[in-house]
Structure formats: structure tokens, C-alpha cells
Design a protein around this ligand. Structure first.
Ligand SMILES: NC(=O)c1ccc[n+]([C@@H]2O[C@H](COP(=O)([O-])OP(=O)(O)OC[C@H]3O[C@@H](n4cnc5c(N)ncnc54)[C@H](OP(=O)(O)O)[C@@H]3O)[C@@H](O)[C@H]2O)c1
Length: 258
């Protein structure tokens, strides 16, 4: 049990990786604090965690709201008295449009969620994390590895998140807190399944064909599933990674080599 009796806070629990993180942390022995805006989904994931024999405390929160972030800290400490891990999974995708024309307000909004909220939450959780010699993981993206058209604004925000993780590692390392990044590529979950179905219908081919066309671009010929990405995060949070900080682990089936 890599996270036996630890407490992990996850910001941004959706149906994809967020749910996978909650379940894999629980399977590794952790209790979890789950934050997002959709209370119904939080309750569903919390129920699944409970079925695994661990405690899950949902906190309905918009992480761009200062008071909501403080509520996450208060709830975590009141419920468990400690925090060992913080995972920043929440993200906002700015419009997938060229930088020449992208709406700047939308880019600012993406930075609020993807970068500034991650910094704000880290600041608020730092005292508790220092007490446990804890660990932070920022969820990034394979967008770091390419500069394809229309991804510019998303890449800007995720590149800033990587810079944030690296600089926080320098600042918090002397206090015993590790800060790392996990960068998934494809995640074979609801969003991508829906998109491949849409492409298949549009082109008059099967969804399996669309899957195969994409999978063949990965060394492992298989799109990573949420639990497979989450396991890399569990590793980063665990004592197995006790000498690892300031690093970025790509979990992409070999799509990009880094
Ligand atoms: N999906 C992919 O293929 C893919 C690929 C590479 C990297 N990633 C990265 O992996 C991470 C997870 O992606 P995912 O697609 O699997 O998402 P997910 O875990 O299914 O959901 C993330 C959740 O974050 C929550 N969130 C967004 N803004 C928030 C805010 N202001 N406050 C609180 N919660 C907020 C949303 O829930 P509410 O609406 O309920 O708040 C959303 O459902 C992201 O960091 C993403 O950049 C994803």
C-alpha cells in the first residue's frame, strides 16, 4: 500500500482522470478530499471510494474562488487532521484558436484555473504539507511536447504550470515538500470516447477504426486509461519517489519521447 493512511487532496474531480486519481489513491491506501463544482459527481466518486474501504470527503468548490480554496483546507484538516498530498488536476481549455485571434479574456480565464489557482492552493496547503513532508503533483499535458496550431493558448497555460511546479520545487524542497508534474497524452475516458464516436460518424467509419488510427502513433499501440495515468501520480506521491522533485513524468504510451 504505497499511500497507506495518507490524506490526498485532489482539485478538479471529473469523470476522467480526476475520478481515476481518487480511486487509485484509495486503492493505494489513502483517504481523499475531492474538490470540484459539480456536487453530484463528487458524491458519486466519493461513494466509489467508500466502496474501496477508504474515506472520501467532497468539497463543492470553484478553485478560482479564494474562499472556496480556504474551505478545502479547513475541511481537509477538520476531517483528517493532516494532508500528505495535493494533486492539481482541474483545468480549463481556452478556445482552440490561433493565437493571432484568440480571445484574450478567455486566455486569462484559463490561466486563472490552470496556473494561478494551482499556486494559490499550494500556498494554502503548504503549512500542512510541510508538517507531513508531503508532496504535490501538477497534472500537465502532452501539449508541452508540440506546438500544433490552435493549441497555443492551452500550451501557454500548461507551460506556465510546468514552470510553476519547477520553481515551487526549488522553494519548497528545503522544507521537505516535493513538487512534480505528470504529463498525460491521450486519456481513454468519456471525453475522448465521445470525440472518437463523433469523428467516426462524421467520416462513416467505426469508432474502433478511429481508435486504431490514433493508437498506432503510440509505441505501446494503446491509449492510456485513467487508472494508468493515476498510478504514475500515486508513484510521485509515494515514498518510492522520495528523492524525485522538480521533475515531469510523461505518461503517453510512448507518443512523445522526452
Ligand atoms: N482528457 C485528456 O485527454 C487529457 C490529455 C492530456 C492532459 N489532460 C490533463 O488531465 C487533467 C484531467 O483531464 P480530464 O479530461 O481527465 O478531466 P477530469 O478529471 O474528468 O475533470 C477535471 C475536472 O476539473 C474540474 N474543474 C474545472 N475547473 C474547475 C474549477 N474552477 N474549480 C474546481 N474544479 C474545476 C471540472 O469539474 P467541475 O465542472 O465539476 O468543476 C472537471 O470535470 C487536466 O489537467 C488536463 O489538462 C487531459
Amino acid at each position: 500500500m504505497l499511500l497507506e493512511n495518507q490524506v490526498v487532496v485532489i482539485s478538479g474531480v471529473g469523470p476522467g482522470l480526476g475520478r481515476g486519481l481518487a480511486l487509485q489513491c484509495a486503492r493505494a491506501g489513502a483517504d481523499v478530499v475531492l474538490a470540484a463544482r459539480n456536487a453530484l459527481r463528487l458524491a458519486e466518486v466519493a461513494k466509489e471510494v467508500a466502496q474501496l474501504g477508504r474515506r472520501a470527503v467532497p468539497v463543492e468548490a470553484d478553485i478560482t474562488d479564494d474562499a472556496a480554496c480556504q474551505r478545502m483546507v479547513d475541511t481537509a484538516l477538520e476531517s483528517f487532521g493532516r494532508v500528505d498530498g495535493l494533486v492539481h488536476n482541474a483545468f480549463a481549455i481556452p478556445p482552440l484558436t490561433d493565437l493571432a485571434t484568440v480571445d484574450l479574456e478567455a486566455v486569462r480565464a484559463a490561466f486563472e484555473t490552470n496556473v494561478l489557482a494551482a499556486l494559490h492552493l499550494t500556498r494554502l496547503f503548504t503549512p500542512a504539507l510541510v508538517e507531513q513532508s508531503g508532496s504535490i503533483v501538477m497534472i500537465n499535458s502532452a501539449v508541452l511536447r508540440h506546438s500544433r496550431r490552435t493549441f497555443g493558448a492551452y500550451k501557454m497555460s500548461k507551460a506556465a504550470l510546468l514552470a510553476l511546479a519547477q520553481s515551487l520545487s526549488t522553494e519548497l524542497g528545503p522544507q521537505g515538500v516535493r513538487v512534480n508534474t505528470v504529463a498525460p497524452g491521450y486519456i481513454w475516458a468519456d471525453n475522448l470516447k465521445w470525440y472518437f464516436d463523433y469523428l467516426a460518424k462524421k467520416r462513416g467509419v467505426s469508432a474502433q477504426e478511429v481508435y486504431d488510427e490514433n493508437a498506432v502513433t503510440l509505441d505501446l499501440r494503446k491509449l492510456p486509461e485513467p487508472d494508468e495515468v493515476a498510478d504514475a501520480v500515486v508513484f510521485m506521491l509515494s515514498p518510492l519517489a522520495r528523492a524525485v522533485t522538480g521533475q515531469c513524468l510523461d505518461v503517453n504510451g510512448g507518443e512523445w519521447h522526452h
